[in-house]
Every structure is written in structure tokens, then in C-alpha cells.
Design a protein around this ligand. Structure first.
Ligand code: THG
Length: 262
């Protein structure tokens, strides 16, 4: 699976403080520890407290790229912030994210094309978060057909059915899992699928257990990628073992070690 580290997010106290104080070292250490733990890409989000997200995201990305050339996932709901981030990325970028709304897709799909970025499409719209699998599928089909029409490569599109906290939306988990499976059969070539995994356990105790159980199940339903905490080694072990069960890695007795040294 493709792992996007979630920890460079102003929502975390240490990162919010580092952004405000322009403390590069904290950001670079956070980037490197995630890469060392197996992250293929790093999500970068200024968080809700940022007063100047257009310049904060540029500074974050420039700081990270001094220590790693991993893919940068530019995470914001504001197109101006996303554009500022994409401009700063030197290597591969993921645009995180558009919704299924036309006013968003009209700006963000051309932007993803211009910067040769991969694109995350959230299956939400101005009408809100879908309440079942079929509503998610309907929005997914709108995003896929919009991208196809604008000749955005569908293999570079990651659909996100939006993981919801299990303590407030327990009935949604099965809907999200089934949506992951059905997103894959909307078109040929298939879009890819992604989840913000930690959403599922927000507000719960036993977060690590809930996260890794949900991840393992989602991988069974065909999930391609997740934004998660790569420092959670039990979670990473579950991801690696799931790839093994799904025949994505060759078995050997020391498969955990082999994966980590790859
Ligand atoms: N889909 C996509 N992008 C996303 C999300 C998604 N980006 C943001 C988010 N969701 C994924 N990233 C996080 C990062 C942190 C947490 C959850 C998701 C988290 N943070 C602690 C909390 O809220 O309890 C913060 C604890 C602290 O303050 O230290 O859980 O779904 N495409």
C-alpha cells in the first residue's frame, strides 16, 4: 500500500508552534522520522490556526524538501493555499483535495494537470457528507466523469470516501468499506482509493487498535493508500502483513524486516 504520513499538520500542538515560530528543525525531524518509519509521501497541512496559510505552506514544503525528496501531499480546503503549495513542490505532488462540487473541480482539476500532480477527490459536496454507500458512489462517479472529460488521468485520481469517527457515526464504517470496493469498478482504468485513517478513531480510546483494525479491513476491500501515523509500529506491521496476505509482497520468514529495509 501507499503510505502518506499525517504528522505535519498544524492541528498537532508541536507543529502549530513550529509553524508560528518558523522552527525548521521540528518540521524536518518530523519529516525524517516518518520517512524512516516507512512513509512514501508526507501530508502537509497548516492547520486551522494558521493566519497566513499561503506563506506557511510554502515554508513548510521548502523546509521538508531540504531533508527529503518524498512525494508531498498538499492538504488544504483553500485553492489559493493549494496553489502556493504546488508551486513550492520540486518533485511529485498530490493535490489534497477537491470535492465533487463544480466550483472546486473547475479550479483544482486544471491545477493538478498543470503541476502534473495526483489528485484526491473527496466524495462530499456542498450538500454535506454522504450518509450511505450509494451517495458516496454517486459523487465518486461525478468526480470520475469530470476528470475523464478534462483528460485528467484516472490512474492518478484517488477517491476518498471520508472516514468518520466510529464513536459518532458507527453505521458509516461498513458503508465506507463497501464504497472503497465499488469505487474501483466505476471505470477502466480504475481510480485509486485513499482514506484519512485516523479520522475513524478521533475521540475514542484504543485509537491504535481501531486504526489498525479499520486499515486491515479497508485493505481487504481494495484500499490503495492511507494518510496515517507511520510512527505507530503496530499499525505499520498490520499494513505490511496485509500486503503479504493480499499477495503484494513475496513471503519470507523475516518479511517485516525485509519490508523495512527495502
Ligand atoms: N482525507 C484526506 N485528507 C485528510 C483527511 C481525510 N487530511 C487531514 C485528515 N483527514 C488526516 N490527517 C489527520 C491528522 C491527525 C488526526 C486525524 C487525521 C488526529 N489528530 C489528533 C486528534 O484530533 O485527536 C490531534 C491530537 C493532538 O492535538 O495532538 O487524530 O480524511 N484526503
Amino acid at each position: 500500500m501507499f503510505i502518506v504520513g499525517e504528522l505535519i499538520n498544524g492541528m498537532y500542538g508541536n507543529i502549530g508552534k513550529a509553524i508560528a515560530g518558523r522552527d525548521k528543525k521540528v518540521i524536518q525531524e518530523c519529516a525524517l522520522s516518518q520517512v524512516k518509519s516507512g512513509a512514501d509521501a508526507l501530508d502537509v497541512n497548516c492547520g486551522p490556526a494558521s493566519r497566513d496559510p499561503v506563506s506557511d505552506i510554502k515554508w513548510l514544503i521548502e523546509s521538508i524538501q531540504e531533508v527529503t525528496d518524498k512525494t508531498i501531499c498538499v492538504d488544504s480546503s483553500k485553492p489559493k493555499v493549494i496553489e502556493s503549495g504546488l508551486k513550492a513542490v520540486k518533485g511529485t505532488a498530490i493535490l489534497n483535495s477537491t470535492t465533487a462540487d463544480l466550483d472546486k473541480m473547475d479550479i483544482l482539476v486544471p491545477l493538478a494537470k498543470q503541476y502534473k500532480a495526483k489528485l484526491i477527490g473527496l466524495t462530499i459536496s456542498a450538500k454535506g457528507i454522504p450518509q450511505n454507500k450509494d451517495q458516496r458512489l454517486e459523487l465518486a462517479a461525478e468526480i470520475v466523469s469530470y476528470c475523464a472529460e478534462k483528460e485528467f488521468p484516472i490512474e492518478d485520481l484517488y477517491l476518498d470516501p471520508i472516514a468518520m469517527p466510529v464513536n459518532v457515526a458507527q453505521s458509516q464504517q461498513k458503508e465506507v468499506l463497501e464504497a472503497i470496493h465499488e469505487f474501483k469498478i466505476i471505470s477502466d482504468p480504475s481510480p485509486k482509493t485513499i482514506l484519512g485513517l485516523s479520522n475513524v478513531s478521533q475521540g475514542s480510546t484504543e485509537r491504535s487498535l481501531i486504526n489498525r483494525t479499520f486499515l486491515t479491513m479497508a485493505l481487504g476491500f481494495g484500499l490503495d493508500a492511507a494518510i496515517l501515523d507511520p510512527l505507530d509500529s503496530l499499525l505499520m506491521n498490520a499494513a505490511i502483513a496485509s500486503d503479504l496476505i493480499l499477495n503484494k509482497n513475496i513471503y519470507c520468514d523475516k518479511f517485516l524486516e525485509a519490508y523495512r529495509n527495502k
